[in-house]
Structure formats: C-alpha cells, structure tokens
Design a protein around this ligand. Sequence first.
Ligand SMILES: Nc1nc2c(ncn2[C@@H]2O[C@H](COP(=O)(O)OP(=O)(O)OP(=O)(O)O)[C@@H](O)[C@H]2O)c(=O)[nH]1
Ligand SMILES: [Mg+2]
Length: 387
Amino acid sequence: MTEPSFRETIDRILARDPRALARAATWIENRRPEAKALLKELPPHEGRAVVLGVTGAPGTGKSTLCNALIRELRAQAKTVAIVAVDPSSPYTGGALLGDRVRMQQHHADPGVFIRSMATRGAAGGVARATKETALLLDAAGFDVVIIETVGVGQDEVEIARLADVTLLVLTPGSGDEVQAIKAGIMEIAQVLVINKADLPGAEKLEHELNASLGLAHGYKPVIIRTVASEGQGIAELLSAAEKARGDAGRGALPRRAEVSIDHLGIAVRSIEQALGFYERQLGLKIAMRETVAQEKVHVAMLPLEGSRIELLEPTEAESPVGKFLAKRGEGLHHVALKVPDLNAAVERLRAAGAKLLNEPRMGAGGHLYVFVHPASSGGVLLELIQA
Ligand SMILES: Nc1nc2c(ncn2[C@@H]2O[C@H](COP(=O)(O)OP(=O)(O)OP(=O)(O)O)[C@@H](O)[C@H]2O)c(=O)[nH]1
Ligand SMILES: [Mg+2]
C-alpha cells in the first residue's frame, strides 16, 4: 500500500478516521512541516466542539473522571476525543500504563478517540502541541474534546484559555486545595469537582471552598461532587459544565488569535516624495501602484515581511485621506489587521458597542473590509480585512 497523500489525509481527518488522526497528531507532536500545512487547513472546520479542560493534582482521579465522562457522553450519543497530557515524571510509569489500560475500554468505539501526549523532555512545547491537537480533533468533528492535564502551571493556564470550560479536580483530605483556590485558580476553572466524594472529608472540603469563594469577587466557579470510579455525579457535572459554557458566552470567540498586521496606511502629500525615504533610503521596494476610485486615493504598496506599508496620496482634497491631511498633516492614517472571519468579528464588535464606519464591503483586491472608528480602538483608525 502507498502512503495516502496530504489531501487524502485531510479528507480522512475530517471523516474522523482514527489512523489519519493519529498520524496528524504525530506530525504535530514532532513539529513536522506537514503539521504546519495541516493547521492551515483546519480553521474553517474549527469551533464546533465543546472543549473541556480537566486539570488537577496527580492522582485526583482525572483519568477515571474522563472515562466516566466518555461513558456518559456516549450514552447521550455524542462523540468524544481525549487529549491526555501524561505526567513527565519517570516515577509515574505505572500510573501511565494504568491510564492507557483504563482508557482502552473505549478503543473499539469509533465515536471515541484517545491521544496521549508525551511530556518528557518537551518543556514548553507541550501546551502548544496539546492545543494544536485539540484544534485538530475539534476540526475533525468530535462533539466534545476533553483535555486532561496535570497540575496548574503555566501550561494549564494556557490550555484553559483554549477550553470553553475548565474543570479543576480536587479530592478530600489532601489539604492544599483551598490554598490553591486562594492562589488564583478561579481565573482558570469554572467548575470545581470534588472527586472521591466517597472518602471522608468531602463535606468539609466543600465548606472550606465555599468559605474561600465567598471572599472572592467576580465570576464564581460551581462545586460538584463526584465518585468517578462509580460514575456518580457525572451527569450533574456535565450539565454544570454546559451551563458554565453558556454563562461564559465564549462559544463565539475564535479559538486561535489568528490576527496579523496586513498593512500600515500612511497618509502623504506626495507618494513621489515619500518614496525618497522609503525606497531610496530605507531600501523597500514598490510591488504595486494603483488608484482606488472608491476611496479617491493613489496607493503605493511596499511589502514587508508578512505585511506591507501603503503610502496613500489623495486624488482630491474632498476625500477621506485628503481631509485627514488637512486636519492632522502627514502620518499614520490607519492600521489594517487581517482576521480569519470578518463577519464574525463584526458581529462581536457590534455586540460590544464598537463604532463601525461602514458595512463590510469588497475591496479592489477582492477582499472584505470594514473600518472601525478610532474612538473604539484606542485612537487609531482600524481597518479589518478578511483575505
Ligand atoms: N475512592 C475513589 N477512588 C477513585 C475515584 N476516582 C478515581 N479513584 C482512584 O484514584 C486513583 C487515581 O486515579 P486516576 O484517574 O489515575 O488519577 P489521575 O488524576 O488521572 O492521575 P494522574 O494522571 O497520574 O495525574 C486510581 O486508583 C482510581 O481508581 C473515586 O471517585 N473514589
Ligand atoms: Mg491521568
């Protein structure tokens, strides 16, 4: 058999083929060039899954809980993918094996996909690979993507940012939970899970957590008790997570900040004169000159690494750039940012009360654009562009 082509692999990923998914996850983990190409193909398919982060100290029962969540979600006919970040400590070899065995219960089920990320020696790269793998599984079309991570370090905070809802798993009797709450965990967790509620001390822990939360301001996490090993409290936990997701209202936000600078627009009285500096002194090269009748402006485009400078010279005084020159003189006229989905961005900005200067419209180069008033963007005219 020959290796499937890149295209075929993408099609198979979108069909949730487990072998293609495993292959793609390995590309991501090993930072192969294919991963970069792959991640560019995914955004149109992303954003449909509910992404749950499950974090907590070693041994609190996260994997057992994930297993119970899989069972519950499958009973609701939902597909589930798990990304488990294995503890990097060599002492946990046994627990790691245990994890694999427990999770393997679901391996024959095509509605479940499980991937362990190696953390050994991958300091810093874990959060990135984990996030990218979660995006892959979201794009592949799983209804729910669960990310299991250990502890509450910087990696977990970053992963929590990707998750729609993060569950922090605590157990009775270990003592450091309330400390952890005080240390600002609340910023990342919307649901606190008291797992092993069959053990003594669950009630005491809940009281302490409530007391500690009572002192805090802002968004408060909910507390749910579970016995993951018995499947108790799991349905309640899922409803709490769903509710938290609704409250947070984060469904509409893009999972990745794929915003980049498209160009800087500089208003000048004379392009010819400005080129003396930009072209002849700074060494930039003109790629294109055009006149945009709609905006009454001559434009010279000077490409930079990944973006460009646009010199803008008005064709007449009665034009946006002409008026800008009269009022403010030469200078930075606007900053143009490229966004992945302009209509979604416009919807969010409108909802937040931002002042837009036009309806999204098609520019000369076939791209959609909209201008945001400086009053909303910290004093600079902002152009948002979708390629
Ligand atoms: N009594 C009791 N034991 C539980 C419960 N949930 C899990 N356990 C046990 O706790 C131990 C650790 O469970 P894991 O699911 O491996 O915990 P984990 O948080 O994934 O551990 P790491 O991945 O190593 O950080 C196992 O022996 C489980 O059987 C529970 O609700 N009650
Ligand atoms: Mg585990």
